[in-house]
Design a protein around this ligand. Sequence first.
Ligand code: SF4
Length: 363
Amino acid sequence: MGMTRKELLKLLGLAGAGGLLYIADRLWPFRGPEQEDGVRLTAGESRWRPAYAVLQEEGRLAERIEQAYSIMENCRLCPRRCGVNRRAGQLGFCRAPEKAMVYSQQPHFGEELPLVGRGGSGTIFFSNCNLRCVFCQNWPIAHEGWGREVSDEELAEMMLDLQRMGCHNINLVTPTHVMPNILGAVRIALQKGLNLPLCYNTSGYELAEMVRLLDGVVDIYLPDIKFMDGLEAERYNLAAASDYPQMAKESTAEMHRQVGELTTDEDGIALRGLIIRHLVMPNRVAGTREFVQWVAANLSTKTYVNIMSQYRVEFMAFDYPLIARAITSEEFVEAISWAKEAGLTNLDERSLSHYALHRRRVP
Ligand code: SF4
């Protein structure tokens, strides 16, 4: 059909609102049969739709895809700004080819509860990484590139499979270097009935101007903020990302501008908004106090923040004395106490229960 849903509604202007919705639901090609399973109501009355469906309806998704792929020709998709032409086979720091590489796709039940619900979060783990920390817990995938190349069409099918399995969102893990492929795949999947929010699950090493390309595409942003000090970011990264704190702060502020605080449906499932993750590291290396203060001062005290306790020594971290151990109960308790002192009111439930457990061990 060559007209937008909005135009169709205008054309049928004599019908009542309910009738219009009914007719549009039957005629509009992007609302396939999966819509009947996938549609959920927000706390309000209106039907929820993913951001990218609206962008497509406005005729603006195709131009975003074109723009993103053209950036890949002189690649500056992330702060590394390698300038290589990935479409001509050149590889930059992340070693990602033109096509997306995927290690796995599956419902995941270990993510934040609003992402998991009953059906799980539909994770797609992309191979390679533009940051590459020395303590990476996914190092075979992120550093060594385990996975296989997929076309945008195959990636779209993976998204649809996750929807059929009952997942509540498409959780794109380490998406920065494959952002154009994701946009291309989403458009294809939308035409086949995808109706789930995209969750952009990033290390935080992003360029704010690239995040702006995702405005109106992504509903849920899930960035890490790993370090607040450039020297620490430089020390614990394979290629000196001393600009990490600045990049993470600027891009997270842009994400917050786009989607705001987390909103959920009547079952508590995330529909839209920002969730920030912060991994507490030994010896205060992550700058947790500065992190929580920054969130409170620059975003909102109601921002959903997950302060995580599960740091473990992985990959090359054994060679770095300050991070070659797990965190102590004292370190986790002080981290959550700082968050509370900063006035953060929307801390992840699991991090609060870990806090309660650790507190018992601290005199
Ligand atoms: S996405 Fe990869 S190739 Fe592109 S700028 Fe970043 S590290 Fe370099």
